[in-house]
Ligand binder design. Structure first.
Ligand code: HEM
Length: 974
């Protein structure tokens, strides 16, 4: 119970004592917070929303905020941004309630930091569950989702006719039909297939190449420019079109990086001979490096691709630089103004592909009319699975670019290149595409777009950069090392059981010496894909979202089934037991119950089965595992699509338009002299074939060091690379042959009908903004330089997007309601007829770049983050090879252990603690040490490969830019 005696001496002391956790003011805060916790406990947890309009929105009531974050959380409750960012323990050391920890009078696990972090995990789980429930809109199967199939409600459907292979499909004959459901068997289910078919054995086409992108937003909210319904018309009046507001004007006013010495930057072209006197200023993220920027480009090439072989359609269209608002009036851009701004009215670009341009069909259900798909749809031209298809191919054509080693077809071909002495150099580099110039008559040229000439051979070859060259070389080296390790095992114990089984002959043990080259190649692919997924989940994302709750959350996604007493499991248990288990609807008719009752963790779900717990998908270490390859339910039963076949939504591409991450100049360092920047190489000189040349010149090890030490660009306004605004694209054959990629990012989203920012947020269950001023971080000191800068940007947003006189009679959305239950109208809470900001028109990319208010350590914005929570979870939940088929029968015993332990042998631990945790040597660090042993010195005290290597990580999630002792002389710290 509380001790109210403390209250007695507070008022006297308050007047002269500064706030500390143990000062009278601090004590008062603690008592008030403890009391609030008791009220919260009495109220219990909130229910999961049953309708979109009842969603959580990331905002909690007063008592909950007080309990989890005291005064700070209370103070910021009225902002539009999520509350947990203000809870105790969710930031750096200053966010901890250290003094209060000692004096709080609630039970041990209910001390302030624990409440803050637990509370965050609760909020995050609500968000995730509601996203899974309200944000899945598949363009082929939505009618099934709404209506069900007569027996089963839509959100629990597991198979769809639309996910069958058509009779024209080359593998159609190989899938058998069982009671109208197609079933994949035998060789089709052993490995990841080239085009991604048969990952789900009952939905062969799901996630395969050329399936439609999905949506995360209601179809009715897509393509606002088309003005297809009253809500959209009310929301944007007639202010929007493909080129309105003008995308090049937006780019030049809101995206251009300011330069202190423009001549030393030279529009991102740098100075002759890669002189280190070049200078292109950019806003830098202190805790994330250039390796992280290229990592995500490497990932997106695996997940989604709208183009085909680097091409869009043949048709060309203008791209703006023609009109702008001046004093809220639209005016033409004069030649002088264009020159001053740097935009180009004569640029043109190729029109993007559309799969279904014709009007969307509708259907009726319970008296309501629904669109059965978005107004237009597009295809994902690679597999949506996390299957390393950028390395191994996604169709017959790209497969021809994957070069096997002619001397060992289990391996990929690597050859010597460049003159470097590192210990990993013997592992070689990817060969360059062969265009058969100067070759023998029987030479067969590699099938490539002419722009790719001179690049290293890779299945996904578009937009090749030094970073892609880096990761492709790295993972091909790793593939070959796994093959070597497997071979070594086979040589030592040829008759031993490899763990592998052929689903066509499940009883036959496969001993090491009988594993064929093709089998070994495919197992290595499974291992590489799983390593990549693990790095992304536990290493890249925990640095992208550098704070304690996300560290716990992301590790739970991966390891959650294995860890006892995991904090995320505890939170889930509370929600599941308190809420879901009491509802017969949830337990019987919804997958939520079984999935979330299995504990935290998606990786490995359903890869163990138990006689007396047939529906349980988690791990019960004390029970006998009866998982059986002869049982298709065991092979496939760990996956969860939540009623909607898996593919990425269009909105996912939007939040991955991360071009500001790129600097203009790469600071090159030699391994022999790591503190010295020897050259500044323009990124544009490391694009396409020039990437390959730069890799040959610099070598893998020195490029690792250079990109590992350099900070990447912050995702914020006025921080796009200059070279990207002026990119030469000769394929366009236009007057300028140039394009502004930053402007193009906006145009592509408009072509694909992504809702504008405010409706985008409402659709994802986030609070809307009512003016541009909502972007300003309320937590900043009034009059601080940072606050002034944000206010300046807001002025620019207002100038570019304008304002209008609002009309309260116009309802603009049905995704959410006002707090009093009334419909949201054009005035967004302002009095009828006032001049309000055109916040509804803001392009989603511009919106998330303007989010200055972010949780601690977030390199991305809260809006982007919510798109990730949903889709990053689904990417694991839906994939059999990460869930019920993560088994030695598919991966081999060696492969299974390799993924679990980050390489051969037992797990390796780092010395000491890191942010309070004992950690493994990270998966990417292990790979780098294997493939480039020459990095061992540089990596010795690196804990996360994506944190700048020379940065002293300090204590508890510090973001300070401070050198490690050995890097004090590194000029990037001066
Ligand atoms: C030198 C570096 C880069 C260059 C030159 C570049 C250039 C391009 C180009 C030309 C497009 C195609 C535009 C179109 O016609 O639709 C594109 C698309 C895209 N880029 Fe980049 N990019 C670079 C780095 C990155 C990075 C680091 C990311 C980080 C995620 C990224 C994310 C994307 C995304 C998401 C798309 C859309 C792809 C799609 O529509 O399927 N890019 N980029």
């Amino acid at each position: 119970m509380f001790n109210y005696r403390n209250l007695l001496f507070v008022p006297v002391a308050l007047s002269f004592t500064a706030w500390t956790p143990t000062s009278p003011k601090g004590i008062l805060e603690r008592i008030s917070s403890d009391k609030a916790c008791i009220k919260v406990a009495e109220k219990g947890l909130r229910p999961l929303a049953k309708q979109q309009t009842e969603r959580f929105l990331g905002k909690v009531d007063k008592d909950t905020a007080n309990c989890r974050g005291g005064d700070k959380a209370m103070k910021n409750r009225d902002s539009v941004w999520i509350d947990w960012a203000n809870y105790w323990g969710t930031g750096d050391v200053n966010s901890k309630a250290e003094g209060m920890e000692a004096i709080t009078e609630l039970g041990n696990h209910l001390k302030p930091n624990g409440r803050g972090i637990d509370g965050t995990l609760v909020d995050l789980e609500y968000q995730r569950m509601e996203l899974l429930r309200f944000n899945l809109y598949d363009n082929k199967t939505f009618e099934n989702y709404v209506k069900g199939d007569g027996k089963t409600p839509g959100p629990v459907l597991k198979t769809w006719e639309a996910m069958r292979l058509p009779a024209t499909h080359p593998q159609f004959q190989q899938v058998t039909s069982d009671n109208g459901v197609q079933v994949c068997k035998g060789d089709l289910i052993r490995y990841r297939n080239l085009t991604g078919i048969c990952n789900d054995i009952y939905n062969p086409a799901m996630g395969s190449t050329n399936q439609l992108f999905a949506r995360n937003v209601r179809f009715e909210s897509t393509f606002p420019d088309l003005g297809k319904n009253d809500l959209v018309l009310n929301r944007h009046a007639n202010r929007l079109s493909l080129l309105k507001p003008d995308p090049q004007i937006i780019s030049r006013k809101l995206f251009t990086r300011a330069q202190e010495k423009p001549e030393a930057c030279n529009f991102g072209q740098g100075l002759p001979d890669n002189s280190k006197n070049a200078q292109c200023d950019y806003k830098k993220a202190p805790f994330f490096n250039v390796l992280a920027a290229y990592w995500i480009q490497f990932m997106t090439h695996d997940w989604f691709y709208h183009l085909r072989e680097g091409q869009n359609t043949e048709a060309k269209m203008p791209v703006g630089c023609v009109s702008q608002l001046v004093n809220n009036q639209e005016q033409p851009v004069t030649a002088d103004q264009a020159a001053k701004l740097g935009c180009r009215p004569n640029d043109k670009v190729d029109v993007a592909f559309v799969a279904q341009p014709e009007p969307a069909p509708t259907f009726e259900h319970e008296g309501k009319t629904y669109l059965s798909r978005a107004h237009r749809t597009t295809e994902n031209n690679v597999t949506a699975w996390w299957d390393a298809s950028q390395l191994y191919g996604f169709d017959e054509l790209s497969l021809k670019r994957v070069k096997r080693d002619p001397n060992d077809s289990a391996k990929l071909l690597m050859i010597p290149r460049g003159k470097h002495t590192g210990a990993g150099e013997y592992l070689g580099y990817l060969p360059v595409f062969d265009s058969c110039e100067n070759s023998k008559a029987d030479c067969v040229a590699d099938p490539i777009n002419s722009a790719w000439k001179g690049q290293e051979a890779a299945a996904f070859a578009d937009n090749w950069t030094i970073g892609l060259s880096f990761y492709h070389n790295l993972f091909v080296r790793e593939h070959n090392l796994f093959v070597d390790a497997f071979r070594a095992k086979a040589a030592a114990t040829p008759q031993a059981d490899s763990g592998l089984r052929n689903p066509a002959k499940p009883d036959q043990v496969i001993v090491y010496q009988n594993v064929s080259n093709e089998e070994l190649f495919q197992i290595a692919r499974l291992v590489i894909a799983a390593e990549i997924a693990k790095i992304h989940t536990t290493e890249w994302t925990t640095q992208l979202l550098y704070d304690e709750p996300l560290y716990l959350g992301m590790n739970a996604n991966w390891n959650g089934l294995l860890e006892k007493d995991n904090p995320v499991s505890n939170v889930l248990e509370k929600i599941v037991v308190n809420r879901l288990a009491k509802s017969p609807v949830e337990t019987k008719a919804n997958q939520f119950y079984s999935v979330f009752a299995s504990g935290a963790g998606i990786f490995g779900l359903g890869s163990h089965r138990y006689q007396d717990h047939p529906g349980f998908l988690g791990l019960l270490p004390d029970k006998k595992d009866i998982w059986d390859l002869r049982n298709p339910e065991h092979i496939n039963g760990g996956i969860n699509h939540f009623g909607s076949p898996f593919n990425f939504p269009e909105e996912f591409t939007t939040v991955y338009r991360l071009h500001p991450l790129l600097p203009d100049l790469l600071e090159f360092r030699e391994l022999q002299n790591p503190n010295l920047i020897s050259k500044k190489i323009p990124v544009i000189s490391t694009f396409r074939g020039k990437a390959t040349q730069a890799m040959t010149d610099g070598g893998l090890g020195s490029w690792a060091l250079s990109m590992g030490r350099q900070r990447l660009g912050l995702l914020t306004l006025q921080n796009h690379a200059q070279f990207l605004q002026n990119l030469d694209l000769p394929r366009l054959q236009t007057e300028t042959n140039k394009i502004d990629i930053a402007a193009l990012d906006l145009i592509r989203d408009r072509e694909r009908g992504v809702p504008r920012f405010n409706e985008f947020r409402r659709q994802y269950g986030l609070t809307q903004l009512t003016s541009f001023d909502d972007f300003i971080d309320q937590r900043l000191e009034k009059g601080s330089a940072e606050q002034k800068e944000q206010t300046r940007m807001i002025g620019l947003l207002r100038e570019v997007y304008g304002q209008h006189k609002c009309d309260a009679s116009k309802v603009i959305t049905d995704a959410q309601l006002n707090a009093d239950g009334s419909a949201i109208n054009d005035c967004l809470g302002h009095p009828d007829g006032t001049l309000i900001d055109n916040i509804e028109d803001v392009d989603t990319v511009v919106g998330w770049l303007s989010e200055f208010t972010r949780p601690h350590g977030f390199a991305i914005s809260e809006t982007q983050f919510h798109v990730f929570i949903l889709n990053a979870s689904r990417r694991l939940f839906s994939d059999r090879f990460f869930t019920s088929s993560f088994r030695p029968e598919f991966y081999s015993i060696l492969g299974h252990q390799w993924v679990m332990n980050n390489g051969p042998g037992p797990k390796q631990m780092e010395p000491g603690l890191y942010n309070g945790h004992k950690v493994e040597v990270s998966p990417l660090k292990r790979i780098m040490l294997r493939t480039m042993p020459e990095l061992s010195g540089q990596l010795a005290d690196v804990r996360n490969i994506f944190d700048p290597w020379a940065r002293d990580r300090g204590e508890y999630y510090s973001l300070k830019w401070k050198p490690k002792t050995a890097a004090v002389s590194d000029e990037s710290f001066q």
